[in-house]
Design a protein around this ligand. Structure first.
Ligand SMILES: Nc1ncnc2c1ncn2[C@@H]1O[C@H](COP(=O)(O)OP(=O)(O)OP(=O)(O)O)[C@@H](O)[C@H]1O
Ligand SMILES: [Mg+2]
Length: 394
């Protein structure tokens, strides 16, 4: 699958942009703060309905139009998949309420027809690597869970539903536990929520666990290639519903939903007293984690910066393979500042690895990080203050 054309209106620092893209490699070069990351963000937003960077939709709308009568930002793309072409439109519109406060909503059109936001999922698949992905490896567990959730929501609507239901149940349950702490609730009132928690939570855990198993398989191969055979990178899922420490054999095959359910129920029962004391849900996929091991050592703890960054990159490439295998579509690969902090050997291997994607968009501060022969095969553009122009090679 690839994007043939992209149109931005009032998106971040892009006032109006219309750009035709080709399959293969596209490189966008520009100084700091010109709009390189914003461009990738727009594509990723269209693929996932969410920005990986913005905390609110308002941030995506160009500052200069954030005023009446109608502040809006729009991202459009013409997506080609085999013989088929699809026109995708995502508009973020601000509406003022009677108190004069702005609220922003997203509207979707597919081939000119109004659709629900969720209908956009699957129309364009993308994988984005950005410098802060190092945090997936080295940062908080929440980021590792989010990595799996976003990858899975792009390909599995059932998972997406279970996850959002589960999150609502946790919220509701936490609310009740807080009341319980204040002595306003009997334990049996929680039972209804416990059932939902275990039901949906087990689906979430098992699906993530299975997905990670798949991803780990690719990760190992890709990372070996990226590092020229030097490093063996492994990933293991750590479900909070199972008793820790988990003996390694249990990590090899994913437990069935029923097995997890039983374990989950047991753990829930065992931690209930603590939950009442703390007023929060302590067991479940919202407490699961993933551990990355490099030659047997935890990368988050022992890995060098370059190793952590390489691991994050391999993880994104593994995500691409995972989405391809599950959906049959090769996602568009978006690489933000991918070359920095990699040594020459890894850079060279990376350029080979990405050739598997049908379309790759790479941003860079400098052309020099690429080999001439690589540049000669790519479409080159420069980005200056929200304007993208073909690069004229001298
Ligand atoms: N809503 C917005 N309206 C207008 N400008 C915005 C908006 N949001 C962000 N910007 C501006 O867009 C500019 C470009 O951001 P972007 O992150 O794309 O830069 P970049 O080219 O990736 O730079 P770097 O090399 O530093 O990563 C920033 O200077 C930022 O201030
Ligand atoms: Mg940037």
């Amino acid at each position: 699958m690839h994007i043939k054309k992209i149109d931005l209106t009032n998106f971040r620092n892009y006032n109006r942009l219309s750009l035709e893209l080709k399959p293969g490699i596209t490189i966008l070069q520009g100084a700091n703060a010109q709009g390189k990351t914003n461009f990738l963000e727009a594509i990723y937003l269209l693929a996932t309905t969410r920005s990986p960077f913005a905390r609110s939709d308002r941030e995506l709308v160009n500052w200069l139009v954030l005023e009446p009568p109608l502040p809006f930002a729009k991202v459009e793309a013409l997506v080609s998949r085999g013989e088929e072409e699809t026109r995708l439109e995502l508009t973020i519109v601000g509406e003022a309420n009677s108190a004069g406060e702005w609220r922003f909503r997203k509207k979707v059109r597919i081939n000119g027809v109004n659709k629900k936001l969720a209908d956009l999922l699957g129309c364009l698949r993308a994988v984005l690597f950005c410098p802060r992905d190092i945090d997936i490896i080295a940062g908080a567990p929440e980021l590792r869970r989010r990595f799996l959730d976003i990858a899975l929501c792009q390909i599995d609507a059932r998972y997406c539903r279970a996850l959002s239901l589960y999150n609502r149940i946790v919220e509701q349950r936490n609310h009740l536990l807080k009341r319980a702490r204040e002595g306003e609730l009997r334990e049996d009132e929680l039972l209804f929520w416990d059932e939902g928690l275990v039901e949906q939570g087990s689906i979430v855990t098992v699906t993530r666990w299975e997905a990670l198993g798949n991803i780990a398989h690719w990760l190992r191969r890709i990372h070996k290639e990226l590092t020229g055979g030097q490093e063996v990178l492994q990933a293991v899922y750590i479900p909070s519903a199972l008793d820790e420490p988990i003996p390694p054999p249990r990590l090899i095959s994913p437990a069935s939903v029923e097995e997890i359910k039983t374990a989950f129920k047991g753990r829930l029962q065992a931690t209930k007293q603590k939950e009442f004391e703390q007023g929060v849900t302590l067991v479940g996929p919202h407490r699961d984690d993933v551990r990355f091991m490099l030659d047997g050592h935890d990368v988050a703890i022992y890995g060098s910066r370059g190793q952590q960054r390489s691991a994050a990159l391999s993880l994104r490439l593994a995500e691409m393979e995972f989405i391809t295998a599950k959906s049959g579509d090769v996602p568009v690969l978006l690489l933000d500042e991918v070359m920095s902090e990699l040594d020459a050997g890894r850079r060279g291997q990376l350029m080979k690895l990405i050739s598997r994607a049908h379309q790759v968009v790479i941003t860079t501060l400098e052309w020099e990080v690429f080999r001439q022969e690589f540049l000669s095969k790519a479409s080159l553009f420069t980005v200056t203050e929200g304007v993208i122009k073909p690069y004229q090679r001298s």
